[in-house]
Design a protein around this ligand. Structure first.
Ligand SMILES: C[S@@+](CC[C@H](N)C(=O)[O-])C[C@H]1O[C@@H](n2cnc3c(N)ncnc32)[C@H](O)[C@@H]1O
Length: 801
C-alpha cells in the first residue's frame, strides 16, 4: 500500500526540525487516535501540535529524573527553539480569527486532558492562574520550552484581558536573554529556529546525539525585542508604538524583569539582530482606534523567506489599496480613505465590544423623529403631542402616551428608527429606570434609565420609515450619503420614501427584456470603454455618432448647449403635437381640446446590460447614480426645502435623476384631483411628464403615456426648486434599459459651472398664466431677472409640465 502522503508530510515536517521518523511515528499515531483522524488539527501551524507532543514526551521522560534544583540549574538546555512564525507578534490577529490552538496535553493514557485542546481565546482569558504549587509543576513541564498557551504563572496572575494589548499571547518563560538568536534568514517554512547566541552556531539541525535537546529552551519573538524592532512599529507613524507594549509582551515591567527583561543583554542581542530584523518585519500595525485599544495589523509571515520580499511603504500600500477599492467597489467619492475605513473598523469593533448603555442611549436619541417631522405625517395628530414650535425635540419628560427624548438645540436629529424593541405594550420607564404603564412602545434598552416611548398605535411602520436620517436622507440607498440641514427653523423634510430608481406604481407599461433590445440598440461587439474605441459604437448613433459624454464623465459642451437652447430659447424651442393628447384624454371632458404641444428634446443613449462593453464604460453615467456631494437644506427665501451642492461642479456634470413613481398620465390626473381636495400642503412636488416622444405614436395607449411623481416615493430631485429660465440645471432624457420611446430617465446636468453651496435649480417650465392645471400654484421666488411670475405675484394657478 502506498504510504499516506499526509503521514509522509508529517515526517518531512518533523525531519526539517530534526526529529526523526521513529520518534514521530508513535506520537503521530496517538494524536490521530486522539483527534479521531482529524488531520487538519495536526497539520495546523505546520504540525505544531505534533512537534509539541513530541517535545512533551521528551520532557516528561526527562522530568522523571530532575528535581526543582536541576531545573533551575539547567544551563545546557537545547540548542534550538521551535517557534511558529504565526505566533510572532500575532496576538491581535489570532484574536480576530477567534481561534487558537492549544497544544494537546496527553495524559498518562495518552488521552487529552480536560483542558488540553482549547480553541477559544475567551476560554483562555478565563483560565485561572495556577496556584504556586501548580505553577511549579507547570514550570517543570515546560522547562526550557515556550508554552503554547498563555499559561498564567504566579507573577502573571493578572488576567490577559487586563492588558492593554489583547488577543492570544504567548508567554516567554524562563528566557535567558543572552542565549537566543533568531536566524531569520534561515527560515524553514514558517518556523524560525533560535539558537543560544553564545554557543557555537553550527547548523539548523541539532546533532544526532542530543535528541533530548531538540526541545527549545526559550524564544524571542520580533516583538519582544526593543522598541526599535520594526515588527513592533506602528505602521501609521513609522514610529514605535509607545502607548502600550507590543501585543506579545507578557505582563508588566516587573514581570518582564524576570522573564524577558529589557536588559542590556537583551538589547545587546537586539542590536546584533537589528540588520536582519529590519529586513524581516512580521507584524505591522496599520490602523487603530483613537486611543489605541483596538488595532489592525498585517502579518506577512509566509513572505519572510522570499528573496524578493521587501516592505512596501505606507504610502504605497494605501495608494494601491485605495485604487483597488475604487476600481472594485465603484467608490467615486474622492474623499474615500482606506485608512479612515480601517480606523472606523477599529472604532466599530471597540463600540460593539464595549457597548455601554450610555452609548446605546445616545445612539437611540438620534433615531427618534423630531416633532416637526411627525407634524408632517398623518401620525402627528394621532400622537397627541402638543405643538413645540421653536423646539427641535419632543419633550423630555415621559408622560403617558408621550415621547421622551433628550436633544440639544443644535442637534435636530430625526433619523430612521433602526431598532425598535417592543418590550411591552404597557411599559414605559421613568427617569430612575423603573417601568411604568403607558400604553406605548419602548424603543430602547430596558436597562437604561431614560426610555423613549412612542405610542404603539400611533405611528405605523410606513410612517416611521418615511422619517429622515439627517446624516443621510437616502437611508443608504445611494452610493453617497446626502445630509439634510435646516438652519432657518425647526422644520424637518416632508415624509416620503427615498428610492434611488423609478418604480412603477400600478398601470404603467414597462418591459425591460433583453429580447426586446435589438442589435441596433446595443453595442454587442464593443470591448472595454466605448468612449476610447476607434470604431463607432451603435449607442452613439442617437447623438450623431459621437458620445454625449466626455472621458471625464461630463456632457460634451456642444451637446449640452444644444439641449439648453432647445429647452430655453424660444426661437429654438420646438413643439411636437400628438394626435390624441393623453393630457386631454385624462380630463374625461366631452370635447377633447387639441394637443397644446410637447417640447422636443435631444436624448442620450447609454450603454447597458446587453452591451458588451465594460461596466465602467464612459457611456454609462446616469445609471451609476449620484456621485456629487449634495445637501438638502431649508432655503432662506421662503421656497421651503431645496437642494444644493457642497462642492464645485463643472459644467455638464450629472447631478441626479428625477426619481419617482412611474404613473400613467391617467393615474397622475386622478392623484392631482385628490391632491387639490386633500391636505393643504404648502410644498408640492411637481410631477414630470415623460412626454418628449408622445408625438411619435399615432395614439398612445393609456399605459404608455407615462410620468413621474416623487410625492410619496422619490429621491433628492424632489427638493430641486424652480428657477425661471437661467437655472443652473438642465434636464435631459436618457435612455438606458429600453429602446421604447415612451419611457426614459430624466437626468439633471449642470448647465454651467456651479459653486459649492449654490442652490441647484431647474426650470419647471411653468406657465404662470395657465389656469388650466390642477396643481396648486406658488408665488415664484426664484429671483431670476427672467422670472415669468414677477409681474403677477398674486396669481394662483400654475402649469404642470
Ligand atoms: C418640487 S418641490 C421643491 C421642494 C420644496 N421646496 C419642498 O420644500 O419640498 C416644488 C415646490 O417648492 C416650492 N418652490 C419651488 N420653486 C419655487 C420658487 N421659485 N419660488 C417659490 N416656491 C418654490 C413650491 O412650493 C413648489 O410647490
Amino acid at each position: 500500500m502506498a504510504p499516506n502522503p499526509r503521514v509522509m508530510n508529517a515526517f518531512r515536517a518533523m525531519k526539517a526540525i530534526g526529529i526523526n521518523e521513529d520518534k514521530v511515528k508513535p506520537v503521530l499515531k496517538r494524536l490521530l487516535k486522539l483527534y479521531d483522524k482529524n488531520w487538519e488539527l495536526i497539520e495546523e501551524e505546520n504540525y505544531r501540535v505534533l512537534a509539541d507532543a513530541i517535545f512533551d514526551e521528551d520532557d516528561s521522560k526527562g522530568e522523571n529524573f530532575t528535581d526543582e534544583a536541576e531545573v533551575h540549574d539547567e544551563p545546557e538546555r537545547p540548542l534550538k527553539r521551535l517557534r511558529s512564525r504565526s505566533q510572532e507578534g500575532q496576538s491581535s490577529q489570532s484574536m480576530m480569527r477567534g481561534t487558537s490552538l492549544r497544544k494537546p496535553k496527553l495524559d498518562d493514557e495518552g488521552k487529552l486532558g480536560a483542558n488540553s485542546l482549547q480553541r477559544s481565546p475567551d476560554m483562555m482569558k478565563l483560565q485561572p492562574g495556577p496556584s504556586d504549587s501548580q505553577s511549579t509543576q507547570v514550570r517543570h513541564a515546560y522547562k526550557g520550552k515556550e508554552p503554547l498557551l498563555p499559561q498564567v504563572s504566579p507573577r502573571e496572575k493578572r488576567p490577559i484581558v487586563e492588558r492593554p494589548s489583547h488577543g492570544v499571547q504567548f508567554k516567554d518563560r524562563e528566557v535567558d536573554p543572552d542565549s537566543v538568536l533568531i536566524p531569520k534568514q534561515k527560515v524553514v517554512d514558517s518556523y524560525a529556529l533560535i539558537k543560544p547566541k553564545d554557543e557555537p552556531f553550527t547548523d539548523d539541525l541539532p546533532p544526532d546525539d542530543v535528541p533530548r535537546y531538540e526541545a527549545p529552551i526559550a524564544v524571542i519573538r520580533p516583538d519582544s525585542f526593543s522598541k526599535e524592532d520594526i515588527s513592533g512599529r506602528s505602521f501609521l507613524t513609522g514610529k514605535p508604538d509607545d502607548q502600550e507594549p507590543p501585543a506579545s509582551h507578557f505582563g508588566t515591567e516587573e514581570d518582564r524583569g524576570d522573564s524577558v527583561p529589557a536588559s542590556s543583554s537583551s538589547r545587546r542581542a537586539n542590536s546584533e539582530l537589528a540588520p536582519v530584523l529590519e529586513e524581516s518585519p512580521a507584524n505591522l500595525e496599520i490602523a487603530s482606534s483613537s486611543l489605541g485599544e483596538v488595532k489592525i495589523s498585517l502579518s506577512c509571515n509566509s513572505l519572510l523567506g522570499r528573496p524578493n520580499f521587501h516592505m512596501p511603504s505606507q504610502d504605497e500600500l494605501l495608494k494601491s489599496t485605495q485604487e483597488k477599492c475604487l476600481r472594485s467597489y465603484k467608490i467615486f467619492d474622492s474623499n474615500f480613505s482606506v485608512m479612515q475605513m480601517l480606523k472606523d473598523m477599529c472604532d466599530c469593533f471597540l463600540e460593539l465590544a464595549t457597548d455601554s448603555s450610555r452609548e446605546s442611549q445616545e445612539r437611540l436619541m438620534n433615531v427618534i423623529p423630531s416633532i416637526s417631522a411627525l407634524k408632517r405625517s398623518a401620525a402627528y395628530s394621532a400622537l397627541g403631542v402638543g405643538g413645540v414650535k421653536g423646539s427641535n425635540c419632543i419633550p423630555v419628560n415621559i408622560s403617558n402616551g408621550s415621547i421622551d427624548i433628550h436633544c440639544s438645540s443644535e442637534v435636530a436629529a430625526p433619523q430612521m428608527p433602526r431598532q425598535i424593541k417592543p418590550i411591552s405594550e404597557d411599559a414605559h420607564c421613568s427617569a430612575n429606570g423603573s417601568t411604568e404603564s403607558n400604553g406605548g412602545r419602548e424603543l430602547r434598552d430596558p436597562e437604561s434609565c431614560s426610555l423613549v416611548v412612542v405610542p404603539q398605535h400611533q405611528l405605523t411602520f410606513e410612517e416611521l420609515r418615511s422619517l429622515h436620517d439627517f446624516n443621510d436622507i437616502t437611508k443608504g440607498e445611494e452610493v453617497i450619503e446626502i445630509s439634510w440641514l435646516n438652519e432657518i427653523n425647526n422644520e424637518c423634510p416632508p415624509p416620503f420614501m427615498y428610492i434611488p430608481q423609478n418604480v412603477v406604481f400600478q398601470n404603467a407599461y414597462l418591459r425591460f427584456t433583453l429580447s426586446q433590445i435589438n442589435a441596433e440598440d446595443c453595442c454587442s461587439t464593443c470591448i472595454g470603454d466605448c468612449l476610447s474605441s476607434t470604431t463607432i459604437c451603435v449607442c452613439a448613433c442617437e447623438t450623431g455618432n459621437e458620445f454625449a459624454y466626455t472621458s471625464e464623465g461630463l456632457i460634451r459642451e456642444d451637446f449640452l448647449e444644444e439641449c439648453i437652447s432647445m429647452t430655453r430659447d424660444p426661437q429654438r424651442q420646438c413643439l411636437s403635437y400628438c394626435k390624441a393628447c393623453p393630457l386631454e384624454r385624462s380630463k374625461n371632458d366631452e370635447i377633447l381640446e387639441p394637443c397644446k404641444g410637447h417640447l422636443k428634446r435631444k436624448y442620450i443613449k447609454e450603454c447597458w446590460s446587453k452591451c458588451a462593453c465594460h461596466k465602467r464604460c464612459g457611456n454609462r453615467v446616469v445609471q451609476r447614480g449620484i456621485r456629487c456631494k449634495l445637501q438638502v437644506f431649508f432655503t432662506p427665501e421662503g421656497k421651503g426645502w431645496g437642494l444644493r451642492t457642497l462642492e464645485k461642479l463643472p459644467k455638464g456634470t450629472f447631478v441626479c435623476e428625477y426619481i419617482g413613481e412611474i404613473l400613467t398620465n391617467k393615474e397622475l390626473h386622478e392623484r392631482n384631483v385628490q391632491r387639490t381636495r386633500g391636505t393643504n400642503n404648502e410644498w408640492h412636488t411637481y410631477p414630470v411628464l415623460l412626454d418628449a416622444y408622445w408625438f411619435l405614436k399615432g395614439a398612445l395607449k393609456e399605459e404608455e403615456a407615462l410620468c413621474l411623481d416623487a410625492t410619496f416615493y422619490g429621491n433628492v430631485a424632489r427638493f430641486i426648486n424652480h428657477r425661471c429660465l437661467d437655472s443652473n440645471l438642465i434636464e435631459i432624457p436618457v435612455k438606458v434599459e429600453t429602446p421604447d420611446q415612451h419611457y426614459y430617465h430624466l437626468a439633471f446636468f449642470t448647465a454651467r459651472e456651479v459653486n459649492a453651496l449654490e442652490e441647484l435649480t431647474w426650470d419647471y417650465g411653468l406657465d404662470f398664466d395657465d389656469d388650466d392645471h390642477p396643481v396648486e400654484v406658488f408665488k415664484c421666488l426664484c429671483s431670476s431677472k427672467f422670472c415669468r411670475n414677477m409681474k403677477r405675484p398674486n396669481r394662483s394657478k400654475s402649469a404642470l409640465r
